[in-house]
Design a protein. Structure first.
Length: 139
């Protein structure tokens, strides 16, 4: 479900600083918003503050949201925000390098070998081996 960004209510948060959003904004521009922002039935932001802020800064009018019914349960609201941030782990340098290499390989596949040239190369190698045998025996 989509919701207008201006309709999402942001109240006090555990995370106070969004940090540098440049990579997140670039990712969202490249592949879209992969994980929806979580709001409750009152459109209060529960999790996805950085994604919300990145989309807002990108000038999006609306975002994909998932609505979770929290009612008046303030502990549930707090737990949702906390647990979303708890399990996140950045990619290691090696994992980032692996991604970059794999992406490069997919964008630049090896050129297929024309079967004719493979056949011609094998014939040429056979001719060279026949004549090289003759040249060795005449010496």
């Amino acid at each position: 479900m989509k919701l207008k960004i201006e309709d999402i209510k942001v109240s006090s948060r555990i995370r106070q600083e969004v940090g540098d959003l440049s990579q997140l904004k670039q990712s969202i521009q490249q592949v879209g918003l992969l994980t929806p922002i979580i709001v409750n039935e009152e459109n209060e932001l529960l999790s996805g503050f950085r994604r919300f802020e990145a989309c807002r800064q990108l000038g999006w009018a609306e975002v994909e949201v998932k609505i979770i019914d929290t009612g008046e349960d303030k502990v549930k609201k707090l737990d949702l925000e906390y647990h979303e941030n708890l399990g996140r782990l950045d990619l290691t340098t090696e994992e980032q390098q692996s991604y970059n290499q794999t992406r490069y390989d997919l964008l630049h596949p090896p050129k297929p070998v024309n079967p004719f040239w493979g056949w011609l190369k094998r014939i040429w190698e056979k001719i060279v081996s026949l004549f090289s045998g003759l040249w060795k025996t005449k010496k």
